[in-house]
Unconditional design. Structure first.
Length: 120
């Protein structure tokens, strides 16, 4: 409706031309410039637009979640076949932990620490 606001119903245009001709006025062009909706209708239209935008945002969010899950699955498959990769991931995790902690005391060696941190 709002996208084609220049188009006028032909029957309405004919009626306007006929009425104006009876007054001695020739109408060359009939077009709508602006449409002012009542407040309640405008609010409803705004809610519809907001709901559509929310639905689009949800769709994008779901796509990103799917991509992240797919990436985790690929990483898990790589780790399953490569123990060195698992070890690197353990070291990355330990590095992130040590960034949050001021001091790290290692007892029993590095392997002993990891075996205590990780479930059997």
């Amino acid at each position: 409706m709002l996208a084609d606001k220049v188009d006028i119903e032909p029957a309405a245009a004919t009626e306007v031309r006929r009425e104006m001709a009876s007054l001695g006025v020739e109408v060359a062009v009939i077009a709508l410039k602006d449409i002012v909706l009542p407040g309640e209708i405008r609010n409803i239209l705004n809610q519809v637009v907001a709901a559509e935008k929310q639905a689009q945002a949800n769709l994008i969010r779901r796509r990103e979640e799917t991509a992240a899950t797919r990436s985790l699955l690929n990483t898990a498959k790589l780790m399953e076949d490569n123990p060195t990769l698992i070890r690197l991931k353990e070291l990355e995790t330990l590095e992130r932990l040590t960034e949050k902690v001021g001091t790290v005391n290692v007892h029993g060696g590095f392997d002993g620490l990891l075996s205590k941190l990780l479930p059997p």
